[in-house]
Design a binder for this molecule. Structure first.
Ligand code: FES
Ligand SMILES: [Fe+2]
Length: 378
């Protein structure tokens, strides 16, 4: 049985291997709660996690709940339309205030009926007036540090990470034609809590090397690995270009269609989306425990397409594609997770088309306490 020290040693080796000698991390890394606890602390609480799109709280007085590593969060828009992220735990005695998404002018705690507006101010605290020094203004919802980048909402739970959006500036230029701020979520698929580690999903989503295997019946020939490449000038994110083979056609619909090149983006530790000038997919993966993740996929279209006639037909046809591709991905994630339950450990060699994984491991080995040497890039 691999100990946590064995795992950290294997992760360090993967993170320090030269590109032409790149190796995978140990398979037990996808099923170790000790390692997950380190990831929660060092990657997710100290880093920035992509939790939503701004349009999921679309109008004044709307809200959208997200659970992240046991934290109960809510994104709100106050009556002026300003976006906030709060803990949705009552500052009185800690009851969960609300769930899901919706619209309300006031959040009323189900326990003792303290009331809060969507800017987080405490507007009512019944029968507290006889106390010494009680000022309800001092008992608002607890704000969670957040930043918005091109419509994606990120949170930093420990409140101490370096600012994020400045570090994503190079992505703005690379994705300018995708107009990310102009996209809106038009359909969300809730895949529930899935029995795969967040890294199993993350690694699968990063590389195109699996296309000729996992996706051979869908997009494998249209988007082959050898027409993908990854930019490697940053330690903060991955940017992969995936171009269609011009001699292929859309095999899912069975008819020739013009298909744009895709940009596949991961902001470390794991905020992931794909984008094209016509829209994209935000794959929202919230780590729950070792080997367990909460997953949503959000279909995004341009605002113009979202308001054009025929929207429902467009969504329906894209859903066929999404369900097929993600269905193929989940099936292989299940098999990788099954391998992670065994004691077989070996450092598999990575192909050059798994370049994104090599870059991810360089980040991952340095975000965890593995003792990996700093990168010159840092
Ligand atoms: S716990 Fe919310 S009002 Fe008491
Ligand atoms: Fe895939």
């Amino acid at each position: 049985m691999a100990t946590i020290d064995d795992l950290l040693r294997g992760i360090r080796e993967a993170g320090e291997a030269p590109f032409r000698s790149a190796i995978a991390i140990p398979n037990r890394a996808y099923n170790s709660q000790d390692l997950f606890d380190l990831e929660a602390e060092h990657l997710f609480r100290r880093g920035w996690t992509m939790i939503a799109r701004v349009e999921q709280a679309p109008t004044p007085n709307s809200y959208h709940s997200v659970d992240l590593l046991g934290e109960l969060l809510v994104m709100t828009r106050d009556k002026e339309g300003v976006l906030h992220v709060f803990s949705r735990v009552c500052p009185h005695r800690g009851a969960e205030l609300l769930q899901g998404s919706g619209k309300t002018r006031a959040v009323v705690c189900p326990y003792h009926a303290w009331t809060f507006d969507l800017a987080g101010q405490c507007r009512g605290a019944p029968l507290m007036d006889d106390l010494d020094g009680f000022d309800r203004q001092a008992h608002g919802l607890r704000p969670i540090r957040h930043e918005v980048w091109n419509g994606f909402v990120f949170v930093n739970l420990d409140g101490a990470a370096p600012p994020l959006t400045a570090r994503l500036k190079p992505l703005d230029e690379a994705l300018a034609d995708c107009e990310l701020s102009n996209l809106v979520v038009v359909k969300t698929l809730d895949w529930g809590e899935v029995p795969y580690d967040w890294k199993v999903i993350a690694e699968n989503s990063m590389e195109c090397y699996h296309h000729h295997g996992v996706h051979i019946r869908s997009i494998g020939k249209l988007f082959p690995a050898n027409r993908s490449w990854t930019v490697d000038d940053t330690a903060d994110y991955l940017l992969t270009y995936s171009e269609p083979d011009p001699d292929e056609f859309d095999r899912v619909d069975g008819v020739q269609t013009v298909v744009d090149a895709a940009r596949i983006v991961t902001v470390f530790p794991y905020g992931h989306f794909t984008a094209r000038p016509t829209g994209g997919t935000f794959l929202q993966v919230l780590p729950v425990a070792a080997g367990r993740s909460r997953v949503f996929s959000h279909m995004m279209l341009t605002k113009a397409a979202a308001q054009a006639p025929g929207l429902e037909e467009l969504i329906a046809s894209r859903l066929v594609r999404t369900r097929q591709i993600l269905g193929e991905d989940w099936a292989i994630c299940e098999k990788v997770q099954a391998g992670a339950l065994t004691t077989q450990t070996h450092a598999g060699r990575l192909s050059s088309f798994e370049h994104p994984l090599w870059l991810f491991y360089r980040y991952y080995a340095r975000a965890l306490p593995t003792g990996a040497a700093p990168l010159a890039l840092d």
